[in-house]
Write a protein that binds this ligand. Structure first.
Ligand code: CP3
Length: 346
């Protein structure tokens, strides 16, 4: 099987620039809202492999996307560790038992893959439904990003508790991050064994750290994960995405990952200059451009395509997840523009 998405990650020849969209299965699709209602709530949807498969397939049935992504969430790991994940309406994710001290960290269980069996069942179910039509992306959160939710107990604007631990109790935070990294290695490896063709690590909050703290508390653990996963699955491409991490791309590429994700605050050409030919690049349309008219979307797609030098090594995506109030027809304009125009820029 030869897929443009996988070939782009490995910098092998492609026939056009591949595209997928972060959160491509989500609330902007009316059919997603219907299935979510049927499941009861978001977490029940994640934990039901048949319905998770159904929503994974919805965007790829509607649009000419180049990859499917497992429908799940990054917070499945802390949930499996016993922190009591729930989603309260309008407030995002919450934990009943956030991490507050060393004992909380020491008692976190090590082997989670039994608890996470529903995720691997989803991967296998989706894989079967895809029938080799498209590649499947598996994913996890980065240890630092997972730790922020576990310590804060939910969303945060300041990350004051996580940063307090970082500065006052760095050893304690390192212990938590190391445990998370081991869990992520086992989790991603099992996703690959269940059928994922590539994996991505979402480091949504890496960009809130100073450079040295980013390297020590976020990137080091992603690097451990890249090495751990590659030791067992050397042929599976890995994408690392630190939101707001555009200034660290050089270091991210040093981890021997295959692809770096970038948000829209960095020009694609600058990103390419930083990483050279070492890794592929994923990105980087501002998700808000999907609120604009089709003509504007086409212009913005061309701007991005025109910046990338080369025939392969670019995976088109948004710089962050798609918003719930985007018009699905605009997503079709985006996907088709990338495919149609990419031939003109090679
Ligand atoms: O990309 C995909 O289509 C795959 C599915 C996916 C989801 N979450 C589904 C989801 C992926 C890859 C994620 C990753 C994720 N989850 C991240 C990293 C990427 C990012 O967005 O920064 C983070 C930080 C989370 C944690 C999380 N899950 C938050 C903060 C929220 C609430 C945000 C919101 O939009 O309400 C979620 C819920 C969530 N995860 C939804 C979806 C489709 C919305 C749930 C719903 O149906 O109400």
């Amino acid at each position: 099987m030869s897929f443009n998405y996988i070939n782009a990650l490995l910098k092998k020849p492609t026939t056009r620039t591949p595209i997928w969209i972060m959160r491509q299965a989500g609330r902007y699709l009316p059919e997603y809202c219907t299935t979510r209602k049927q499941a009861g709530d978001f977490l029940s949807l994640c934990k039901n492999p048949e319905l998770a498969c159904e929503v994974t397939m919805q965007p790829i049935d509607r649009f000419d996307l180049d990859a499917a992504i497992l429908f799940s969430d990054i917070l499945t790991i802390p949930d499996a560790m016993g922190l009591g994940l729930y989603f309260s309406q309008g407030e995002g994710p919450r934990f009943k038992h956030p991490i507050q001290n060393l004992q909380d960290i020491e008692k976190l269980p090590n082997n989670l893959n039994n608890e996470l069996g529903y995720v691997f069942d989803s991967v296998a179910t989706i894989k079967k439904a895809l029938n080799n039509r498209l590649p499947l992306i598996g994913f996890s959160g980065s240890p630092w990003t997972l730790a922020t939710y576990m310590i804060e107990g939910g969303n945060s604007k300041t990350f004051s508790n996580a940063k307090k631990m970082l500065f006052n109790e760095p050893k304690m935070l390192h212990l938590l991050l190391d445990k998370l990294a081991d869990s992520v290695i086992a989790y991603l490896s099992q996703q690959i064994l269940s059928g994922a063709n590539s994996v991505m690590i979402f480091d949504t909050w890496g960009g809130v750290l100073s450079k040295q703290n980013y390297l020590d508390f976020s990137l080091d653990y992603m690097s451990k994960i890249v090495k751990g996963v590659k030791a067992k699955h050397s042929n599976t491409p890995i994408t690392l995405f630190s939101k707001n991490g555009g200034k660290h791309l050089n270091y991210i590429a040093d981890t021997t990952c295959d692809c770096v994700g970038i948000d829209w605050t960095l020009e694609l050409a600058d990103a390419q200059q930083q990483v050279g030919n070492r890794v592929a690049i994923q990105g980087n349309l501002d998700p808000a451009i999907l609120y604009a008219s089709p003509a504007v979307i086409e212009i913005e797609v061309k701007k991005i395509l025109s910046q990338f030098q080369g025939n392969t090594g670019h995976v088109f995506n948004l710089g962050h997840g798609i918003a719930p109030d985007v018009e699905p027809d605009n997503v079709k304009v985006l996907v088709d523009s990338v495919h149609n125009f990419s031939k003109d820029y090679r």
